[in-house]
Design a protein around this ligand. Sequence first.
Ligand SMILES: [Zn+2]
Ligand SMILES: [Zn+2]
Length: 254
Amino acid sequence: MNVVNWTNNNNESQSKSIRQSSETLPVIKKRISKRLQKHIQDTSFKELYKQQKLAEIVQKAMERNECQYEEYDEIKICGEIIKLNDKVIIKNEDSNVEDYIGAINKICSVVELSTLKLICLCEVQWFMRKNEIICHKPRARSWIGNQEIFSTNTNDYVLAQTIVQKCTVVDCEEYFNMENCDSTTYYNRLEWDVESKKFTNMNTIKLYCLCQQPWNPELNYIQCDKCQKWYHFECVGLKEGSYENKEYACGYCN
Ligand SMILES: [Zn+2]
Ligand SMILES: [Zn+2]
C-alpha cells in the first residue's frame, strides 16, 4: 500500500478558473479567501500527518466533509489478512528497541478529497513487554518470561504499513503446555495500568516457592513429593540437575 505524498497541488486550474470567471471582484475575492482557508485546513491535515498525530487525523476525517472516512473488518498487509481483534507486531522506528505488540481494535482509512491521498490506519490496544515493565518494577525481572506480555488500558492509531505481521497471544496455561512455540507466540496473564504503573490484577495470579513469585516458564522448578508445592532450585538451596528422579521433601514437609 502506498500512502501519502502531499506535494500534489492544483494551483494551475484554480488560477485558470479565476481568469475565466465573469464574476464581480468581491465575489472572486470571497472565493479566493475561501480557497486559502481550505488550503490552511489541508496544511494542518498534512502537518498532523508529519507529526504523526494519527488520532487527530481520524477525528478530523470523521468530522469533516472533505475527507472520506471508512471502517473495515479486515485489511491485507504484505499479503497477510489482518482482522479485527488480531494480535500484531508493529514496527518500532527505533531499530534498537523491540517491535511493539498490539491488538487491532479498529481498521479505517481516510481519503483527503482535495488531494486524493489515502491513509490506512489501525487503532491498536497496546501490550507491554518485559523491558517496559521492569524499569518500573525491577523485582519482576526474575519472574517475567521473555515471551510474556501485559495487556494495557491504552490504545493508539498506527499507520497500517507499520504492521509487520500477525502474532499469537495465548493465556499462560496454554503457553506452559505448548511443546513448541516460536518467537511470535506470547502469553498474557496480567494487565498493566499505564498511568499508575501497576498491575491491576496481580491478586488473580498464583504465587509459587518460598519467594512467592508468579510462575516463570523459563526457570526450572522442583516439586515436593509430599505437599506437591513447587520451588525454585536456588531458593531451596539445590543445584539444578542434582535431583532428577530423586524424592524431594521441602523444608516444611521434611
Ligand atoms: Zn523461589
Ligand atoms: Zn512440601
